[in-house]
Design a protein around this ligand. Structure first.
Ligand SMILES: *[C@@H]1O[C@H](CO)[C@@H](O)[C@H](O)[C@H]1NC(C)=O
Ligand SMILES: *[C@@H]1O[C@H](CO)[C@@H](O)[C@H](O)[C@H]1NC(C)=O
Length: 322
């Protein structure tokens, strides 16, 4: 069990090492800019004046922070662990009021967000909006530090993304007709296109090091299992959604690799969350998880799902093993 967990962490650490060329261990200066959805949102959504469920309620946050923080986890999220590894404090939230310390980076992520503006439109900060917010932040840093300093800061920073899951899940949850207008392939192409265009924007502002993640088997978390029951009376994973995740996971590395030929000095790393999550979904107890938690959807807890203690995975259960 311990070794499986350290394998997961090893992935993340490798990812961070790769992106931080100097030396894995002496790395103590640099910034982390975080984009994406509920895997990475450390609380931005609680400042949104929209109807998106706010996660600053118990039992979220109960194990590590001892109070709910707006994270979709009982503890910390992957970027929190990466920040710790890079000897950075917890990264500030873009929407949190007050004076920010910019030089460690910023978290722009918004739970429920997708790469497409139409995903949870009007409820969350989609990826393009997160990119605009990054531009605002860049301006503010430039005013404080000057043009050459900001360039150095942005070019040594790491840009982490967790995006796409909602683009594929939300159409099923909202019973949208989008897949009547687009083939699966066309839809995936649109999602990937919107991700790479944000990477290009950040690159043009000076960003060089990008970290992305493949998607989980999206048909297998509780909400998809619940949908399976509601929509077709089926049971188990909803394969239709996993098929989209698989298409996305094949297209993403190709798209990121293609950018390499266009953008000088650009570098990236992809975390294979699919393989890791698939192993956990298939054998939860091996990873210290209660298998019933992953099967809850089968009990029809669709409405309550967003308030479930265990969102998808509990990153808190991934511990640093030295
Ligand atoms: C979804 O929409 C279709 C029509 O587009 C309808 O027949 C079906 O009952 C709806 N399903 C749910 C679960 O609301
Ligand atoms: C981004 O998504 C929109 C739909 O929200 C689509 O019309 C557009 O073509 C996509 N952009 C790229 C570069 O794929």
């Amino acid at each position: 069990m311990g070794s499986s967990r350290s394998n997961i962490l090893c992935f993340l650490v490798l990812c961070a090492c790769f992106l931080v060329p100097k030396s894995c261990h002496s790395y103590s200066h640099g910034a982390l800019f975080i984009f994406g959805d509920s895997f990475y949102d450390a609380g931005n959504n609680i400042y949104l004046n929209t109807n998106i469920p706010k996660l600053n309620i118990f039992p979220y946050g109960e194990t590590y922070f001892k109070h709910p923080t707006g994270r979709a986890s009982d503890g910390r999220l992957i970027p929190d662990f990466i920040a710790e590894f890079a000897k950075l404090p917890l990264i500030p939230l873009y929407l949190q009021p007050g004076n920010h310390q910019f030089t460690n980076g910023m978290n722009f992520a918004s739970g429920g967000a997708g790469a497409l503006a139409g995903t949870n439109q009007g409820l969350v900060l989609d990826l393009q909006t997160q990119s605009s917010n990054f531009k605002n932040t860049e301006k503010q840093i430039r005013q404080k530090l000057g043009a050459s300093e900001v360039k150095a800061l942005l070019s040594t920073a790491v840009y982490m993304f967790s995006i796409g899951s909602n683009d594929y899940l939300i159409p099923f949850i909202t019973n949208s007709t989008v897949f009547q207008s687009y083939s699966k392939k066309e839809y995936v192409k649109m999602v990937i296109g919107n991700i790479t265009s944000v990477i290009q924007e950040i690159y043009s502002m000076g960003g060089r090091k990008f970290g992305l993640s493949k998607l989980l088997p999206l048909g297998c978390p509780p909400i998809s299992r619940a949908l399976n029951i509601v929509s077709s009376g089926g049971s188990g994973c909803m394969e239709e959604i996993t098929v989209l995740a698989k298409l996305h996971n094949r297209a993403l590395p190709k798209a990121l690799k293609e950018l390499k030929s266009q953008l000088r000095g650009y570098t990236y790393s992809i975390f294979d969350a699919y393989t890791v999550a698939d192993a956990i979904f298939n054998n939860p107890s091996k990873y210290g998880e209660d298998s019933n938690l992953f099967r809850r959807g089968e009990k029809g807890m669709l409405r309550q799902w967003s308030f479930e203690r265990y969102h998808y995975l509990r990153p808190e259960s991934i511990r640093i093993v030295r």
